[in-house]
Design a protein around this ligand. Sequence first.
Ligand code: ADP
Ligand code: ADP
Length: 225
Amino acid sequence: DVALRLDHLVKRYGERAALAGLSLTLPRGCFVALLGPNGAGKSTLFQVLTGLFVADEGDVVVAGEDLRRRAVAALRHIGVVFQQMSLDLDLSVERNLRFHADLHGLPRSLATERLHAGCQALGIEKDLARPVRELSGGNRRKVELVRALLHHPSVLLMDEPTVGLDPKSRRDLLGAIRADVAARGSTVLWATHLVEEAEAADRVVVLHRGKLLADGTPADVTAAL
Ligand code: ADP
Ligand code: ADP
């Protein structure tokens, strides 16, 4: 049961290949840490997987849907937390979440149920009516995670989501993601520079110059590096 399959993916910026023939298959229900130095191609991969960029070569299949041939269907199965905060600061937490739910065509009652459950799980239900501007960095990240999961994606992408967060918020995020992987069988691709976060993953994938350098359990990969 495959959540995500990348097959010889190539993305060039001019002469430079940011993704240089990347192949990777991830099963359902897997928490994957994506490691790699700056310039390895992590952001480019996320840009391709969120439909912002089109790959030059290769295939992406998300939950059985081919990104090239059925982009809208494939992208419905992707959730993302970008590196940069991407909430509307002047709108309430609830309005931010409802906007996303509407984009994904969720019925209102289902959106209500999920956004309350999500915020409750992360301890931010009391903030639903507040403008995002009043929330701490950690709580903003939590809102972004609730949003990314509202449409129940098969694949959740997180681009260094814990940068700048306190240890408690970091643990809360990790815990919520683990719970989603266990409860729904989602697959999480978590880009990080932190070895301790990679060690908490089921699987570690290392990118280098747009290719797979290593792929295995945290113990295998740290031994190989
Ligand atoms: P990170 O490793 O944290 O993703 P980068 O510096 O590689 O940081 O990239 C930050 C942003 O800048 C990305 O969105 C990337 O697409 C863009 N970027 C990186 N390198 C270049 C470049 N040479 N020219 C234009 N944009 C770039
Ligand atoms: P990472 O997120 O792992 O740091 P990126 O995907 O940002 O890696 O970058 C991969 C390579 O592509 C780097 O050499 C970077 O400079 C280059 N790059 C990234 N974005 C752009 C862009 N928009 N234009 C030109 N080059 C880019």
